[in-house]
Ligand binder design. Structure first.
Ligand SMILES: [Zn+2]
Length: 300
C-alpha cells in the first residue's frame, strides 16, 4: 500500500486527479452499486447506457469508454480484458509502460468519471473524441506549465489520522447552519448528534465520531453524561450507539482536523444545509489533499 501511495502521489498530474485515482484504487468511488450497497436509495442503472453501474463498468464497461481507451493507444494489454477492479488495472498499466502512460491513464480515467458525473447531473454525454482531447489538453497544460507534485507537508503533533480499514470517520461531509443560539458546548454536542444521524442515513454502520470538544467527546465516550446543559443531547447521542455495529468516539484538537474546521467556518455562509455524498466538498479539497499527501509519504 505504501508503494501505491507513492506511485499515485508522484504522478505528474493535478492533485485532483491523484485524489481521484487514489479513491478509485481504494474502490471507494460512489458508483451507483456502491451507494446501493450502503443502503442509499438509488437506481443502479448507468445514466449513459442503462447497464448496471459498477466501478468496472464506469471505466471500461461500455462502448464509449472502450473507444476512449483505444484512442489513447496505451500499450497495456490488460485494457482489453475484463478486469475486476481499478487497482488491478492501475498496476497493469504501471507494469506495461513507463510513467507517461500511467499519467495518461489517470487523466483519462478521471475524464471518464467526470463525464459520467456530468451526465448524471443532466448534461449531454460527450463523445469519445471530446473526452480524449479534453483529457490530453488538460494533462499537457498541467505538465507544461505547472509545478511538480505537492511537496510533503511538515510533520506536526496534530496531523489528521485516518480510521482503521473498514471504518468511517465522521469528520463532516455535511455543513449545516444551526438556526438557534447555542452555547459552545451545546453546539459541539448538537454537531455530534447531527453527524451520527447523518452517518446512519448514509448507511454507515461502523463509525468513529471525532470532535474537538474534549468535554463533549469525553461525555459521549464515558458513562458520565457530562455538563448539565448538554445532558439531553449526550443522552440522545448515546441512545444511537446500539444501532451501530461498531462505534467509537475520539477527541482531536482543532488543528488536528483542519478540514472539519474549514467546513464549520463555511457553514456561516450557507442558508441551511449542504451535504456532499458523491465528492469532496470543494471548500476542503486542498486540505484533504494535504492530509492525504502527508500520509502518502509517511503512512501510519
Ligand atoms: Zn453504462
Amino acid at each position: 500500500m505504501t508503494l501505491l501511495w507513492k506511485l499515485v502521489w508522484q504522478l505528474r498530474c493535478p492533485n485532483k486527479v491523484k485524489n481521484f485515482i487514489w479513491r478509485a484504487c481504494k474502490d471507494i468511488l460512489p458508483t451507483k452499486t456502491k451507494l446501493k450497497d450502503r443502503k442509499i436509495p438509488v437506481e443502479v442503472e448507468c445514466d449513459i447506457c442503462g447497464n448496471v453501474e459498477t466501478a468496472g463498468h464506469v471505466f471500461w464497461g461500455y462502448e464509449l469508454a472502450v473507444t476512449v481507451w483505444q484512442m489513447a493507444n496505451l500499450k497495456a494489454p490488460c485494457l482489453t480484458a475484463n478486469l475486476p477492479n481499478f487497482l488491478d488495472l492501475f498496476w497493469c498499466v504501471k507494469k506495461a509502460k513507463p510513467s507517461q502512460d500511467l499519467e495518461t491513464f489517470a487523466s483519462l480515467a478521471w475524464s471518464l468519471w467526470n463525464n459520467r458525473n456530468a451526465v448524471r447531473h443532466g448534461e449531454a454525454c460527450r463523445t469519445a473524441l471530446q473526452i480524449f482531447e479534453t483529457s490530453r489538453t488538460f494533462l499537457n497544460e498541467f505538465q507544461n506549465f505547472c509545478e511538480l507534485p505537492h511537496p510533503p507537508q511538515p510533520h506536526g503533533p496534530s496531523l489528521w489520522r485516518p480510521p482503521p480499514f473498514g471504518w468511517y470517520k465522521l469528520m463532516g461531509a455535511l455543513s449545516k447552519l444551526l438556526p438557534y443560539p447555542l452555547g459552545a458546548l451545546e453546539i459541539e454536542a448538537k454537531v455530534a448528534e447531527i453527524g451520527m444521524t447523518f452517518a446512519w442515513e448514509l448507511g454507515l454502520r461502523e463509525i468513529i465520531l471525532e470532535g474537538d470538544s474534549q468535554t463533549v467527546m469525553a461525555a459521549i465516550t464515558n458513562h458520565d453524561p457530562g455538563p448539565i446543559q448538554v445532558h439531553h443531547l449526550i443522552t440522545r447521542i448515546k441512545s444511537w450507539e446500539p444501532k451501530f455495529r461498531a462505534w467509537k468516539s475520539s477527541f482531536t484538537r482543532k488543528d488536528g482536523n483542519k478540514a472539519a474546521h474549514h467546513l464549520a467556518k463555511y457553514a456561516k455562509h450557507i442558508s441551511d444545509c449542504i451535504i456532499w455524498v458523491e465528492d469532496t466538498p470543494p471548500i476542503i479539497a486542498s486540505q484533504i489533499l494535504d492530509d492525504v499527501s502527508v500520509l502518502g509519504f509517511n503512512p501510519v
